[in-house]
Design a binder for this molecule. Structure first.
Ligand SMILES: Nc1ncnc2c1ncn2[C@@H]1O[C@H](COP(=O)(O)OP(=O)(O)O)[C@@H](O)[C@H]1O
Ligand SMILES: [Mg+2]
Length: 373
């Protein structure tokens, strides 16, 4: 912070009166305070968004390629695809900052996401207009700053086929002035003629260790106490989505005063304590219908989400060593049917009871069940 003040102080005009200097310094101190306050109010996903591509975790191939572009200045059109919260948006934004530098960054980037209208009209008007503008080469010597702009179309899954077709023409016509970066979760939602004009990079779900490193860094900066198992639990719930992990961590630390325990994570994430799921599992393999029915009812009275139960229970079944693969497949089929029922708004208690009794019949007589299919 002091460095910042000193720097700003130095920028004051030479020979300024001492009074003016103090005034200036006070104003700057105020500004810095406001900046810090704003920074503290920022959601952590923004506060801890990587500023340089080197800070993006676990996507080495993409990062290496982008680093190559920073040196050469040759950028093809890109498609970044992969599950949410894996660093797609962060990577391209950090890359653009490093390519253009702070002065030209804003001027040379057009970023549109799902909340902006990107129907055919916008593609024809706004995107086309921006794409056609010519920019000069290397106006900022300390950065590569090549003579093209970048249009980032984030969350492009939601663009209609017509809008994508219109985009294809624009890409062809404006290649000398503009590069496009299309970001989506599912590459299959991008029409082939568009896909074939871009270099594709796949972002992978971020594994436990890489997420732990990032969350531990945040905890250290924010001065948060944590149990390692709590972070592991949180990451497991997030399923490779680092945005979700960081958001959960922030909620937990806000609600529970910077002390992150396993129970806290279970509570705020709506996940069911392991011992509850284990109890139901044991009742199932105990193969006593009445006891199972009673156990399921007691469980449901506690108000846990039935969807969450299906998810956690299926994980239990997948990793179970108590029965063979065929039985596992049959049971998972029953879970999937209950899930379908719940999605179609069937009565949750009946669905869950039905699922457990069907699983029981699979366990009691799997061979008959096999023949029936
Ligand atoms: N690979 C990553 N490395 C570092 N932080 C990440 C990574 N992926 C996600 N994050 C964190 O999650 C937030 C959301 O990431 P984002 O790039 O918007 O994900 P996506 O665009 O893939 O959905 C970021 O602000 C950052 O805090
Ligand atoms: Mg994104």
């Amino acid at each position: 912070m002091q460095g910042k003040l000193l720097f700003k102080g130095q920028a004051a005009p030479k020979g300024a009166a001492a009074g003016a200097n103090t005034k200036d310094n006070n104003r700057m101190e105020e500004e810095t305070k406001t900046e810090e306050l704003n920074n503290n109010l920022l959601p952590w996903v923004e506060k801890y968004r990587p500023n340089k591509i080197e800070e993006v975790s676990y996507q080495e191939e993409v990062i290496k390629s982008l680093q190559g572009v920073l040196l050469s200045g040759n950028l093809p059109h890109l498609i970044l695809h992969g599950p949410p919260g894996t660093g797609k948006t962060s990577s391209i934004l950090a890359f653009a900052k490093q390519l253009y530098g702070p002065t030209f960054y804003k001027e040379r980037i057009l970023e549109l996401n799902a909340s902006d209208d990107r129907g055919i009209q916008i593609v024809r008007d706004k995107i086309k207009k921006f794409a056609q503008q010519v920019v000069s080469k290397n106006p900022d010597k300390s950065f590569k700053c090549p003579n093209f702009k970048i249009i980032i179309l984030d969350e492009a899954d939601s663009m209609t086929t017509e809008a994508q077709s219109a985009l294809r023409r624009i890409i062809e016509d404006t290649s000398s002035t503009t590069r496009f970066c299309i970001i989506c979760n599912y590459i299959t939602k991008i029409i082939e003629p568009l896909g074939s004009r871009c270099v594709k990079f796949r972002f992978k779900p971020i594994p436990l260790e890489a997420q732990i490193t990032k969350l531990e860094e945040i905890c250290k900066t924010e001065d948060i106490e944590y149990e390692k198992e709590a972070l592991e639990k949180l990451i497991k719930i997030s399923n490779g989505d680092l945005r979700k992990s960081v958001n959960l961590l922030q909620s937990a630390s806000t609600l529970y005063e910077k002390d992150i325990k396993v129970e806290v994570i279970e509570e705020i994430s709506g996940s069911i304590p392991d011992n509850q799921v284990q109890k139901l599992y044991k009742l199932l393999i105990g193969k006593d219908f009445d006891k199972l029915k009673e156990g399921v009812k007691q469980f449901l009275y506690q108000g846990y989400s039935p969807d969450q139960l299906l998810y956690q229970f299926s994980e239990y079944i997948i990793s179970s060593k108590d029965f063979n693969e065929v039985k596992k497949a049959r049971i998972l089929e029953k879970i999937a049917l209950a899930d379908k029922g719940l999605n179609e708004r069937a009565d949750s208690e009946l669905q869950i009871l039905n699922m457990f009794s069907s699983c029981l019949s699979v366990l009691q007589n799997p061979d008959t069940d096999l023949k029936k299919k």
